[in-house]
Design a protein around this ligand. Structure first.
Ligand code: PMT
Length: 423
C-alpha cells in the first residue's frame, strides 16, 4: 500500500539524533512504511554511534544522510533537496541539543540545516534525562519552537536508561507513528492497521521461550558467558503475545527490555535454565530455544575468589552442560512444537540441518553470526528457517528482529496447521 501526495507517496524525513532511544526510530520508520509512507532518514553523527546508518539504509532502501560533505553522499546539495522533498520532518528521538539548535537557528550539521531549509511541518519526539528535560533552557527552547509552529510528542514518565525515574522517556513508537500520520491527514484506520494487527492467529498457544545468555561461574566473581542481549528472544515473545499467545520466558543474562505482559522466569546458568524449563514445558504448546546457552561449564567452580598471586597460568577443566533443547524435544508431550536456533559462523545451512535432525526439531532458525547486522546484540538479523520435512528453506534477508520473529511465528503456525490436519 502507498499513500499518494502530489502523485508520489507521502514522504517523511525522519531525523534521528544521538540518544539511547535512537534504536526506537527504526520501529517508527517501519510503522510509517507499513502505513504506505516513503521514509528518508537523516542522522546526526552521535545518532550513528547508537544505531548504524546501514540499519536504516537496509530497511529504507535509501542513502542515509549523516554528513552532506561525505564523499559517499550522492547529492551535492542534499540539505536543500532533502528538505524540499518531504511532507513532514519527524525527529525521533530529539535530544536537548538538537532542540536547542532548532530553536536558535543553528545549522551546523545535516539535520539542523535540513530543519532550517524545510517548509514542511515539523514534529519532534524528545527523549532525554529528566534534569535535562526540566532544565529552564530546554523548556525555553521548546516554548520557542512551539511558537514557531513545531508539534511535540511529549516524552512520558518512566525508568530512563540512566536508571533514574522521571519524565524524559520517549513516547511509545506506535503513538509517535499514529500522531505523525494524523498530522499528515492519513486516516486512523491506516495507522491502526499498521500498529495493532488484529490477527490473533496464535490465540490458544502457550509459548515457552529461552532468552539471553547463560553465565557459568568460575569463582564468585568470574564467569563464562556470551554477548546475547535477549533482543531476538524478546522479539519473539513480543510478537507471539501480540498474535494472541500466552508467553513465558526463561531468561539468563540480557540487556534488552522485556516486553510487558509476559511471565518472566530468571535462570542465570545453563543448569538453572534447564531446571526452569523442566518445570514449565509441561504446560507449553510451543517451545523455542532462542537463548545462547553455554555448552560447557567449569567442572568445579571455586567457592572463593581465585587469587592470581603465585601462579602464571590457570587451567580450567570444563564439562558439558545438558542440552535443554534436546531434552525438551526428546521428552515432548503430544502437540508440543519444538523450535531452535543455530548460531553458526561457517557451513551455516549444513550445520543447522544437522541440528534440526539430531535434536528432532520441528524447525530451526540458522543465523550466520559473522554477517554484519546479524546475530548477537543487533536490532536486525539475517536468517534461514529450515522446517522438518521440507526441502526448501525460508530465506530471511536483513530485517528487524521483530520482523524475523513474525516470519518464524508464521512457520510455527504452518506446523500447527499440519499437526492439526494429521491428528
Ligand atoms: O540475544 P541476541 O543478542 O538478540 O542474539 C540472538 C542470538 C544470536 C543469541 C539467537 O539468534 C541465537 O542464535 N540463539 C541460539 C544461540 C546458540 O546457542 O546456538 P547453538 O547453535 O549453540 O545452539 C543450538 C540450539 O540449542 C539453540 O536453540 C540453543 O538455545 C540450544 N541449546 C544449546 C546448548 C544447550 N546446552 N542447551 C540448549 O538448549
Amino acid at each position: 500500500m502507498s499513500i499518494e501526495s502530489n502523485d508520489r507517496p507521502v514522504r517523511i524525513g525522519l531525523g534521528v539524533s544521538g540518544g539511547i532511544a535512537a534504536y526506537k526510530a527504526v520501529e517508527v520508520m517501519r510503522l510509517l512504511q507499513k502505513a504506505g509512507c516513503d521514509v528518508r532518514v537523516a542522522m546526526t553523527k552521535h545518532a550513528a554511534e547508537f544505531v548504524t546508518p546501514l540499519t536504516f539504509r537496509a530497511l529504507s532502501g535509501q542513502y542515509v544522510l549523516v554528513d552532506d560533505y561525505a564523499p559517499s553522499n550522492p547529492d551535492p546539495i542534499a540539505h536543500i533537496n532533502f528538505s524540499q522533498e518531504i511532507d513532514l520532518l519527524l525527529v525521533v528521538p530529539a535530544t536537548a541539543n538538537i532542540i536547542a539548535k532548532f530553536a536558535n537557528g543553528v545549522g551546523d550539521d545535516f539535520l539542523s540545516s535540513t530543519y532550517l531549509a524545510s517548509n514542511a511541518p515539523v514534529m519532534i519526539a524528545p527523549a532525554m534525562n529528566t534534569s535535562m528535560w526540566d532544565h529552564p533552557a530546554t523548556q525555553r527552547n521548546i516554548a520557542k519552537l512551539k511558537e514557531d509552529g513545531v508539534r511535540f510528542v511529549e516524552p512520558v514518565a518512566g525508568e530512563l536508561a540512566c536508571r533514574t525515574v522521571g519524565t524524559g522517556k520517549l513516547e511509545d513508537v506506535e503513538n509517535i507513528a499514529a500522531q505523525a500520520l494524523t498530522l499528515l491527514g492519513i486516516p486512523d484506520g491506516v495507522s491502526g492497521k499498521a500498529v495493532e494487527p488484529s490477527d490473533q492467529d496464535l490465540a490458544g498457544e502457550r509459548f515457552l521461550i529461552t532468552v539471553g545468555g547463560t553465565r557459568e561461574q568460575i569463582d564468585p566473581v568470574r564467569f563464562i558467558s556470551n554477548r546475547s542481549s535477549g533482543k531476538m528472544g524478546f522479539a519473539l515473545a513480543e510478537r507471539a503475545l501480540a498474535r494472541g499467545a500466552e508467553v513465558t520466558v526463561v531468561a539468563g543474562s540480557f540487556s534488552a527490555e522485556p516486553p510487558e505482559g509476559i511471565k518472566l522466569v530468571g535462570a542465570m546458568s545453563a543448569a538453572e535454565m534447564f531446571e526452569a524449563v523442566e518445570k514449565e514445558f509441561g504446560s507449553a504448546t510451543v517451545f523455542v530455544g532462542a537463548a545462547a546457552v553455554s555448552d560447557f561449564k567449569p567442572r568445579d567452580a571455586a567457592s572463593a575468589k581465585i587469587k592470581k598471586e603465585g601462579r602464571e597460568t590457570l587451567t580450567l577443566e570444563l564439562e558439558k552442560t545438558r542440552d535443554i533443547l534436546s531434552h525438551v524435544s526428546e521428552n515432548r508431550h503430544k502437540g508440543l512444537i519444538v523450535a531452535g536456533f543455530a548460531a553458526e559462523s561457517e557451513n551455516v545451512i549444513e550445520y543447522a540441518r544437522q541440528k534440526l535432525e539430531k535434536k528432532g526439531l520441528d524447525l530451526v532458525v540458522a543465523n550466520d553470526i559473522t554477517r554484519e547486522g546479524a546475530g548477537f546484540n543487533t536490532e536486525t538479523n539475517i536468517a534461514t528457517i529450515l522446517v522438518k520435512g521440507r526441502d526448501e528453506a525460508v530465506e530471511c534477508p536483513l530485517m528487524l528482529k521483530t520482523e524475523l520473529a513474525d516470519r518464524i511465528l508464521d512457520e510455527i503456525a504452518v506446523v500447527r496447521q499440519r499437526l492439526a490436519a494429521a491428528a
